[in-house]
Design a protein around this ligand. Structure first.
Ligand SMILES: C[S@@+](CC[C@H](N)C(=O)[O-])C[C@H]1O[C@@H](n2cnc3c(N)ncnc32)[C@H](O)[C@@H]1O
Length: 284
């Protein structure tokens, strides 16, 4: 039986974040360009939330780099950019992405819960959509505190419980749909993904797979995702306070409807019931 951390690593190694949205050959200049265009259209809030020029003359650490799109934006301005990720695939993709754009960066395969850096090394720590996927977020936050210089900044994105996606889509709609697919399977109808994978896991783990505590882990980044925690605002503030990281600002973003079709509606819903909490915190 492989341990949970290895399972997390294997999942992300097989599922390089966002790769499946792009048709161009991977890896290629075309692929990375299409990925950046796709990302900054779909996640349009990143363009205003992330103040990349504020990295001028600063040492930036990114935790969980994925394909490296945001990394390339920070690296354009930063004195130094360092990216860590638990998978070889993300390190490989981001290194190539940086090379193609002629940018400099240091890349290390490492676990967010034990950072291979000395204390007070960075001016900005950025982590987008990562710390809700790790085994112990408290460990990661205390590592962030350790490597940040005093009064320096953490910028974080975590999944939000105070959202349409959590209550309506995951806990209600997906549950109902899953039960329907289970019924279809019993009567030998053909089942499509992701329900086939959900049913496979359900057959192994039984009702606990479907329990209130477990179900959401498998309904954000795919059925095989091992850990996807979802937090409310108070839980986030509490965790950061415990790590001596003082929250300066929290904003919502990302609503799962096409922003191309209904841009204003998407922005309005995202602001109040979006699935992403962006958090800006300072080392006390
Ligand atoms: C959802 S992706 C987000 C990637 C990127 N930040 C983005 O916004 O596209 C999560 C990333 O976190 C990495 N990751 C997961 N657990 C980790 C850990 N314990 N330590 C470091 N990186 C981790 C995964 O390999 C993956 O690249």
């Amino acid at each position: 039986m492989i341990d949970k951390l290895k399972q997390v690593e294997n999942f992300w190694d097989r599922n390089l974040c966002g790769k499946h949205f792009i048709n161009a050959k991977f890896p290629s200049k075309d692929f990375f360009e299409q990925y950046r265009n796709f990302r900054y259209h779909k996640e349009h809030h990143l363009n205003s939330f992330n103040d990349y020029p504020s990295a001028l003359n600063k040492d930036v650490l990114e935790i969980g780099i994925g394909i490296g799109a945001d990394g390339t934006q920070w690296a354009k301005y930063a004195k130094s950019y360092t990216g860590i990720d638990i998978t070889d695939e993300a390190i490989y993709a981001t290194k190539l992405h940086f090379n193609i754009l002629g940018l400099k960066g240091n890349f290390l395969k490492s676990n967010a819960e034990s950072l291979p850096f000395h204390d007070n090394k960075f001016d900005i720590v950025y982590s987008h959509g990562v710390l809700h996927h790790i085994l112990n977020i408290e460990n990661a936050l205390s590592e962030v505190y350790r490597v940040l210089r005093p009064k320096c900044k953490l910028i974080l994105m975590l999944y939000s419980k105070d959202s349409f996606n959590y209550w309506i889509r995951i806990q209600l709609y997906f549950r109902f749909w899953f039960l329907l697919e289970l019924l279809k399977k019993k009567f030998c109808f053909k089942i499509k993904e992701p329900w086939e994978s959900h049913i496979k896991s359900y057959n192994i783990f039984g009702w606990s797979y479907f329990s209130w505590k477990n179900w959401h882990h498998h309904c954000t980044d795919g059925p095989d995702c091992q850990i996807a925690n979802i937090y409310n605002k108070d839980e986030i503030i509490d965790m950061l306070n415990k790590a001596d990281l003082v929250v300066e600002k929290i904003r919502k973003a990302h609503f799962p409807i096409s922003c191309g079709l209904f841009p204003n509606l998407e922005r309005l819903l995202a602001k109040y019931i979006g699935f992403y909490y962006f958090v800006w915190a300072v080392k006390a």
